[in-house]
Design a protein around this ligand. Structure first.
Ligand SMILES: Cc1cc2nc3c(=O)[nH]c(=O)nc-3n(C[C@H](O)[C@H](O)[C@H](O)COP(=O)(O)OP(=O)(O)OC[C@H]3O[C@@H](n4cnc5c(N)ncnc54)[C@H](O)[C@@H]3O)c2cc1C
Ligand SMILES: *[C@@H]1O[C@H](CO)[C@@H](O)[C@H](O)[C@H]1NC(C)=O
Ligand SMILES: *[C@@H]1O[C@H](CO)[C@@H](O)[C@H](O)[C@H]1NC(C)=O
Ligand SMILES: *[C@@H]1O[C@H](CO)[C@@H](O)[C@H](O)[C@H]1NC(C)=O
Length: 459
């Protein structure tokens, strides 16, 4: 049985590992150690400095709109309060009160507004459901959503103008996309989180709560689980790290993001690594006009979905892998170029400066996978399946992970339970395997010269 004295080993110091450890430690669990192969105490979750986990990024969208998934919507609303409290605390701190890698200027959450866009004039089902769910379950938050349907939205503009003229400007800045033929809404209480800095802060809070860290390769890198198998019962006794040391514990929590299935082989039909294409545009320092224009104070974050295209590919390989990769699929890249040329022509001259494949950990149904792994006598726990939407829950996720660990049923227990993709049921492409169309060798990759934007061909 799990107790506050149990020795708990957590593999992975991203969102899932940090949030879980923070909530456990704050609830009185005394013996928690996080192992991560990345030296976060030295590189501070900086994605251009050797970090390739999903959580180590420049920024991530913070949204509350979740269509009919009201539990996640409510969780995001709850998370928002903590994000704001963290942001205020950091900004009110003096530099020596903060950990290395974080300064009082680092604003963890920017409530810059978040635009959800789709092509055409008919409101996308997901957006319609989001509006309806909020209307019903969080009406105060629904009032802060402003619809965009086609070009003229006088009533919504008037409603925004009552809040501030700034929001009317933000409401219009994306008008260039698809020549204004877009629909969707802006949520003026959503925005972006500064991901790497938020992780640095969460790690700091973990340390303050007594969580220990073993970071870097080889000492923080798991090489294998130590499994005791007496035939009738398997039990995980601990982990072996790449420095050849064994670490024993009562419970091992694997929160290794897209690497999870390579640690727990039973999870290969439960979670799958799929890549998202991330591109960077560096605006030169002397272009203060553009820095100002795109500052979160003046610009919302936005997402634009065109049709149903959602091509992603399979098996973690990054800039920092043994077999490194520094490019992205051509398909995603050309779509980005098209939208930028339409909506943001002032950025075309800079081209893309860098790229990144950010690895999602997809579950069969986009719900997380947070449960004991069957047949290990409660000694092995899986905590992953972010499916591209877990960053926003960094401050709160662990509250509900703790419930699953303690077997206290809550609103997420059913959705997060251990499960495997099944043949003949919707499974998010999880059974396509190596012969599927998204397998990386079948995806056409971009050349560095494709990073230039002059090359856009107009249809
Ligand atoms: C392109 C992209 C965009 C996204 N955008 C958003 C967004 O806008 N909003 C949002 O809310 N969410 C977003 N997400 C989702 C969010 O980033 C993830 O759900 C979340 O960061 C996953 O956290 P994690 O802890 O599971 O994984 P990770 O952050 O990958 O952490 C896993 C950790 O395990 C470590 N590890 C792996 N193997 C080993 C080993 N053998 N030994 C020791 N350590 C190991 C890794 O080093 C890593 O630090 C996005 C994800 C991607 C990929
Ligand atoms: C954690 O557990 C280990 C192994 O049982 C023990 O040696 C150590 O003293 C414990 N640490 C704390 C802080 O309880
Ligand atoms: C770990 O053990 C292996 C095999 O015994 C050996 O090759 C390797 O050098 C050792 N690594 C370290 C860091 O001691
Ligand atoms: C657990 O054991 C049962 C009974 O042997 C088996 O049917 C099941 O597939 C096992 N589950 C996993 C995830 O291995």
């Amino acid at each position: 049985m799990l107790s506050q004295d149990s020795k708990i080993i957590v593999v992975g110091g991203g969102v899932f590992g940090l949030s879980t450890s923070l909530w456990l430690a704050r609830a009185g669990y005394k013996n928690i150690t996080i192992y991560d192969r990345c030296p976060f105490d030295k590189n501070f979750y900086n994605p251009s400095n050797g970090c390739d986990g999903a959580s180590a990024d420049i920024n991530k969208v913070f949204r509350m709109a979740y269509a009919d998934k009201v539990e996640y919507q409510q969780l995001a609303i709850e998370a928002r309060d903590i994000w704001q409290a963290w942001t205020e605390t950091v900004m009110a701190s003096s530099p020596p009160e903060l950990p290395e890698g974080l300064t009082p200027e680092d604003k963890l959450l920017h409530v810059c507004g978040s635009y959800f866009l789709d092509e055409g004039t008919v409101l996308r089902g997901y957006y319609k459901d989001s509006l309806a769910a909020m209307e019903k379950t969080a009406p105060e938050f629904r009032k802060m959503l402003f619809l965009k349907l086609g070009k003229d939205n006088a009533a919504e503009k008037a409603r925004l103008r009552k809040i501030s003229e700034k929001w009317v400007e933000k409401y219009r800045v994306i008008d260039g996309i698809n020549n204004g033929n877009t629909n969707g809404f802006i949520d003026i209480q959503a925005g972006i989180t500064i991901a790497d800095k938020a992780c640095v802060y969460a790690r700091f809070l973990c340390e303050q709560a007594g969580v220990k860290f073993v970071l870097g390769d080889p000492q923080g890198k798991l090489s294998s689980l130590i499994i005791e198998d007496d035939g009738a019962q398997k039990r995980v006794k601990g982990i072996k790290t790449c420095d050849n040391l064994s670490h024993f514990g009562d419970l091992v929590i694997v929160a290794a993001g897209s690497w999870t299935a390579s640690i727990i082989p039973e999870a290969h039909l439960t979670v799958e690594a799929t890549a998202g294409t991330v591109m960077f545009i560096d605006i030169p320092k002397e272009r203060q006009d553009l820095w100002n224009k795109f500052h979160p104070d003046n610009y919302p974050v936005w997402s634009y979905r065109k049709g149903d295209g959602d091509d992603r590919i399979s098996t973690p390989r990054t800039k920092y892998s043994k077999d490194p990769i520094d490019t992205v699929p051509l398909y995603g890249l050309s779509r980005m170029k098209e939208v930028i040329a339409q909506g943001f022509p002032e950025l075309v001259e800079f081209g893309f400066t860098d790229s990144r494949l950010c690895w999602y950990t997809d579950s069969p149904d986009h719900n997380y996978v947070i449960d004991y792994v069957p047949n290990y006598s409660n000694s092995l726990f899986i905590c992953t399946g972010g499916s591209g939407h877990a960053f926003k829950f960094l401050p709160i996720l662990g509250k509900h992970v703790k419930n699953q660990l303690e077997r206290v049923p809550d609103q997420f227990s059913a959705a997060w339970k251990w499960r495997a993709a099944e043949e003949g049921k919707p499974n998010n492409g999880l059974l396509e395997g190596e012969t599927g169309p998204r397998e990386m060798s079948r995806v056409e990759m971009a050349d560095r010269c494709d990073f230039k934007m002059e090359k856009v061909q107009w249809k």
